[in-house]
Design a protein around this ligand. Structure first.
Ligand code: SF4
Length: 532
């Protein structure tokens, strides 16, 4: 008679291979699994991977475009501030994606399902009292689009593999870069390089370059996209590859694409410059003889991912980087920037601003993004009044959805969101509200540029991926309208020396057109014929 089940197994069945197998199982406890993922999500919210810092610093060192160099400097300074302050690199703290490889020799000591444990970790990480992260996830995406308020659920990919460990990669992907994913199925005889070089310019600047391109080639439609995402999670090593030379067709393709994409001259934030991609990562898989699926997913200035392993000995820990990993960069653009008093600004002053010029804004501005614009233009269309106190006359609007403030902050990290999404509202806003100009990131469409020109307005950009640095220039913040929208509410910010660049001037000249054109000409050795 056996009083203990383990004793029974050992004594009666230990000679069979099957029982030896079960006795060597690694026990993974629920609390360890949840705590490890929650800690990793907090970690990646404020620490860039060291390989990204090194690659970005190299790009900074070799950048020749003043505007692009300035943007990279802001991203690097922001990165260091976030590491020191344990606050998010970007206001968009991303949608969580988790890749799990669960060893077949793993046994769970858990009451929750694996999916429920991952989502509990996301809940804990995003509602952390010391460093709350922005809740960006909405349920019912085709309908009510209601914020889930804790950034759950995560997107989870699970594989069961040999071994006795649980291997976890966590990533938090901002929408600006995720929205620029592209997929196609080429004919087998088509040229992949040609398709990628035609596609990257269409991605515009909303993915906050310079970053990394993940490319998946082969398999099926969904496999190609998944491989593109997985490729982004590998370390940046294009320089090692350049040094040792390509040994496979995929390595050859990486080198060719890296060179040719950078020759496009898109540059940091799409301002025109030497570096658009820090690396091109590719994964491939056998495919059907009649197919050539290809997917691209870019990773942005807020590159966030970490790799941890659970071996049954407790929660996984990540080693924090040391501050020496960050270059000591001094932001010099402020020295020659034009100071602007937002509270006494006139159309005549705005008309003197040139594309590419750096401004330091002080005074009051309003904020608003997708849902607020939809509501405001809806009210205007129905001849209904705007909410009390919401008056855009002679004001600027900043497209932003900030992170909640902690401690003595006026507001949490508050970088710009992609302005292109607001294009369809801009003409109405300029025509009917008395708005003077807008601040966001990335390019505007041709109709919006024409509207800016007709209204003698202006479009300014702040640096995407420099959210914590930008928040340091926001002295006061309070909600003016649509409080129920959370981070999408309309705030009034009082800013002091907030750095921005003129992107579309009052004559309709766009730096997102002229900058890349000029730098493509220079890098490709083509004579420059126009700057417009
Ligand atoms: S760096 Fe740009 S694309 Fe990336 S999360 Fe931030 S705003 Fe979005």
């Amino acid at each position: 008679m056996y009083s203990d089940w383990h004793e029974f197994k050992r004594d009666t069945l230990s000679l069979t291979p099957y029982i030896r197998y079960t006795e060597n199982m690694t026990i993974i406890r629920q609390d360890d699994f949840i705590a490890s993922i929650a800690d990793a999500l907090q970690y990646i919210s404020y620490y860039h991977p060291p390989d990204f810092i090194r690659a970005l610093n190299e790009a900074y060192e070799k950048e020749q475009s003043t505007a692009a160099k300035d943007a990279i400097a802001q991203i690097l300074i922001n990165s260091r501030l976030c590491a020191e302050g344990h606050r998010p690199i970007c206001q968009d703290t991303g949608i969580v994606t988790v890749f799990l490889k669960i060893g077949m020799h793993v046994e769970w000591e858990a009451a929750m399902s694996v999916e429920a444990m991952v989502n509990e970790a996301v809940h804990r990480a995003y509602t952390d009292a010391e460093n709350p992260l922005r809740s960006s996830i909405v349920s019912d995406p085709a309908g009510a689009r209601k914020n889930t308020n804790d950034n759950t659920p995560a997107v989870i990919h699970t594989e069961v593999v040999s071994g006795d460990k649980v291997d976890i990669v966590v990533a938090a992907k901002g929408a600006g870069s995720e929205n620029k994913a592209h997929f196609t199925v080429l004919n087998p005889s088509d040229d992949i390089v040609e398709w990628v070089l035609a596609t990257v310019p269409k991605m515009g600047a909303g993915w906050c370059p310079p970053g990394i391109l993940g490319i998946g080639i082969g398999g099926t439609a969904e496999k190609a996209l998944l491989m593109a995402k997985e490729a982004l999670l590998k370390p940046i090593n294009i320089h090692e590859l350049k040094t040792r030379g390509a040994k496979t067709s995929i390595e050859k393709l990486r080198l060719e694409l890296y060179k040719k994409i950078n020759t496009l001259g898109i540059g940091a934030q799409g301002l025109g410059g030497v570096t658009t991609v820090l690396d091109v990562k590719i994964r491939d898989y056998p495919t059907h003889a009649a197919s050539l699926p290809v997917a691209i997913i870019p990773n942005c200035a807020a590159t966030r991912h970490a790799h941890i392993t659970l071996d049954g000995s407790g929660p996984a820990t990540l080693t924090p980087p040391v501050l020496e990993d960050w270059p000591n960069i001094v932001w010099e653009a402020g020295a020659h920037a034009k100071k602007v008093d937002l509270d006494h600004i006139t159309k005549e002053q705005i008309e003197t601003w040139q594309p590419g010029e750096t401004l330091l804004l002080s005074g009051k501005l309003l904020t608003g993004r997708d849902t607020a614009h939809k509501r405001i233009t809806g009210l205007l269309a129905n001849d209904e009044p705007l909410p009390k106190g919401l008056d855009f006359t002679n004001r600027f609007i900043y497209y932003v959805g900030p992170v909640d403030a902690v401690r003595d902050e006026a507001v949490g990290p508050a970088g710009p969101t992609t302005a292109t999404r607001m294009d369809k509202f801009t003409d109405v806003m300029l025509e009917q509200t008395g708005l003077l100009g807008m601040i966001g990131k990335a390019e505007r469409g041709p109709d919006t540029i024409d509207s800016i020109r007709r209204h003698r307005a202006v479009y300014l950009i702040a640096t995407g991926g420099a959210a914590y640095l930008i928040s340091k220039s926001i002295r006061k913040a309070h909600i003016i309208a649509f409080k129920e929208l959370g981070m999408e509410a309309v705030y009034e910010f009082e800013v002091e020396d907030m750095p921005v660049t003129v992107a579309v001037d009052s004559r309709g000249n766009s730096i997102h057109t002229s900058g890349p054109k000029e730098w493509h000409s220079r890098l490709a050795g083509i004579p420059i014929t126009t700057a417009g």
